[in-house]
Design a protein around this ligand. Structure first.
Ligand code: F3S
Length: 283
């Protein structure tokens, strides 16, 4: 049987880098290790790190209470205030902010200093957006829908700088930029969408269209895994959504000639490998 594993399956570059940095610290740092927020939306990884002694800090208030420790900043990044708290308390910072997100922070800070109001296109409650906001000022705004553009508290003749949450949908981003372009503001637009998600979807669609059965591995509550499943299901009706190898019914892949495997952005590599090995060897 032929088994094809998507190259883009699982962690994107930024998340992999962040998770690796926490394990690296465990190996070579004797101080207590914390992550500011769970390092990844994957319970298994977070539990494993907790068992090894890594604690998760959820709030800035909690952050204020720690001393003589290491804090890992996750790939979503954080606002300037968090760096100030950590530096002020002499905490060692391991900055695992994804470089693509860090770039947005820099742009927001520079353009803000240059007098432009920062407009972030994205979901206001998402930690990445909160982090970007923390590099603007009190005037920074977050916009998610075209309707919101009409009600923004903008001042006549204002200069704007528009950036995007890295995982925002490109079509929606473009619609919003078009909406802003209809206004008379002086706008500077920076498309800061990361294409890791799109690449994963394009590859999954291609593989699903070529195989007899497709396996999508990821948490049931992971929205990007659900999306991958829908895309694959459209191309291949024998598509199966599993969280771990234990969910896979051998009958599903027993009598086919080719199987494709992909996985959501928060699925650890060893789970993908386990599914791959078992499908190849046992079925
Ligand atoms: Fe991942 Fe960084 Fe893109 S965290 S989704 S590679 S912006």
């Amino acid at each position: 049987m032929e088994v094809v594993v998507a190259k883009s399956a699982g962690f994107c570059f930024g998340v992999k880098r962040a998770v690796d940095q926490v394990y690296e610290q465990l190996k070579r740092n004797d101080k207590p290790i914390y992550t500011f927020g769970p390092i990844i939306h994957n319970e298994e990884v977070v539990r494993d790190l907790e068992e090894k002694g890594v604690k998760v800090i959820e709030t800035e208030e909690e952050l204020q209470t720690i001393r003589d420790a290491v804090v890992v900043i996750r790939s979503h990044g954080v606002g300037k205030r968090v760096y100030d708290i950590l530096e002020g308390n002499g905490i060692e910072i391991i900055d695992a902010t994804c470089p693509y997100v860090r770039k947005i922070h820099k742009v927001a800070q520079e353009q803000n200093q240059d007098g432009r109001r920062i407009i972030i296109i994205g979901n206001e409650s998402h930690p990445e957006v909160q982090g970007i906001k923390g590099w603007g000022n009190a005037n920074t705004l977050v916009v998610e829908t075209p309707e919101q553009v009409e009600t923004l508290p903008l001042v006549e003749g204002e200069r704007l700088c528009i950036v995007s949450q890295t995982t925002f949908n490109y079509k929606k981003f473009q619609d919003l930029v078009d909406k802003f372009s209809e206004t008379r503001y002086d706008i500077l637009v920076l498309n800061t969408i990361c294409n890791a998600t799109q690449e994963r979807q394009v590859e999954a669609r291609r593989i699903a269209s070529e195989v007899d059965a497709m396996i999508v591995v990821g948490g049931k509550s992971s929205s990007n895994t659900q999306k991958l499943y829908e895309i694959c299901r459209r191309e291949c009706k024998n598509t199966y959504y599993i969280q771990t190898l234990g969910d896979l019914d051998p009958d599903c892949v027993n009598s086919v000639r080719s199987v494709g495997i992909t996985a959501g952005a928060s699925t650890p590599n060893h789970i993908i490998e386990e599914v791959h090995t078992n499908v190849r060897v046992k079925f």
